[in-house]
Ligand binder design. Structure first.
Ligand code: DGY
Length: 320
């Protein structure tokens, strides 16, 4: 007998093929609302739910998950869309997919950074419009990224992978975190316990902290003003960390030279004011969007599901 599974959103084709072979799953590859997931779970007597961060699983929704569901497995490293205390209260194992998306998310952060420093979006737009006029040596200049000072909020797995890449660009690394890391993880980076104290020293700031109450709007009019005038800002973490009106003001006023953004407060209905600004490079939340990583995330979620349905502990529990 195959285990019964509901998948709440389109997943990588290889993972979908594995699920088709190994699970009893009415997968249609469509994006489901929480209500649709709950209805499908009940109708299919699902034993496992594979979800993503596109739906917020509130305590009320988690309380309505049928008892035959033995695990809620999110295909994401982020977990702020899940009411973890509610899962814990009813003893529902919940898991995420850490580690496997570290490198690709760090690659994307560097892509955002380089494009912000070097006006990638504007150059691409010029070429697509046909170019035809050569630029003088004083026109369309970006800023050099090499050798700049990079401040990182959160030197966790992804933050450290960004730091590793940035060192290849001769960058000096600062980081803000509640606790100092051991030297083998710090790799010469300078620690600031106080995030605000780090900001005046950053030529570029890159956010790699989780969402949640502790970081909500941590970048706001006041903190953007603490950066040196003309700094670059990168966010491949969560839109919830940023007051977007303050960010737009900073991009318009020149307080920020440019920004590279992969995440927004409201996705996919992001604030269209960003699209009008020339000095922002935009991505539609694609940090983990490579074949390799999306496969790895799907398989990691399936490993967690298989473990729990076999009566073993989850591999990546988000509560204990
Ligand atoms: C994650 O894994 O948290 C990514 O941001 C995709 O949601």
């Amino acid at each position: 007998m195959k285990h019964r599974l509901i998948v709440s959103r389109q997943i990588a084709p290889d993972v979908a093929a594995t699920i088709a072979a190994q699970y009893d799953c009415p997968y249609e590859g469509k994006e489901m609302t929480a209500e649709e997931v709950l209805a499908a779970a009940a109708a299919h007597k699902a034993e496992a739910l594979m979800i993503t961060s596109h739906v917020r699983w509130t305590g009320e929704l988690i309380a309505r998950i049928p008892d035959h569901v033995k695990i809620l497995a999110t295909c994401s490293v982020g977990t702020e869309h899940i009411d973890i205390p509610a899962c814990k209260a009813r003893g529902l194992p919940a898991t995420n997919t850490p580690d496997v998306l570290t490198e690709c998310t760090a690659d994307l952060a560097l892509m955002l950074m380089l494009n912000a420093f070097r006006r990638g979006h504007e150059y691409d737009a010029i070429m697509r419009a046909g170019w035809r006029r050569g630029y003088g040596l004083g026109e369309m200049m970006g800023l050099r990224m090499w050798g700049k000072t990079l401040g990182i909020l959160g030197l966790g797995r992804i933050g450290r992978a960004v730091a590793q890449r940035a060192r290849g660009f001769g960058m000096k690394i600062l980081y803000a975190a509640p606790r100092r890391l051991p030297p083998e993880l710090e790799q010469g980076a300078t620690w600031y316990q106080d995030f605000r104290a780090m900001l005046p020293h950053c030529d570029v700031l890159s956010l790699h902290a989780p969402g949640g109450p502790a970081t909500a709007d941590i970048m706001n009019a006041e903190t953007f003003a603490l950066l040196p005038r003309g700094a670059v800002f990168v966010n491949a973490a969560r839109g919830a960390l940023v007051d977007e009106t303050a960010l737009i003001d900073a991009l318009k006023s020149g307080q920020l030279y440019a920004a590279g953004l992969d995440v927004f407060k409201n996705e996919p209905e992001f604030d269209l004011r960003f699209a009008e600004l020339p000095n922002v490079f935009l991505c539609p939340h694609m940090g983990s969007a490579t074949v390799e990583t999306r496969n790895a995330m799907g398989y990691r979620a399936l490993d967690n599901i298989a473990a729990v349905l076999a009566g073993k502990p989850p591999i990546d529990p988000i509560w204990t």
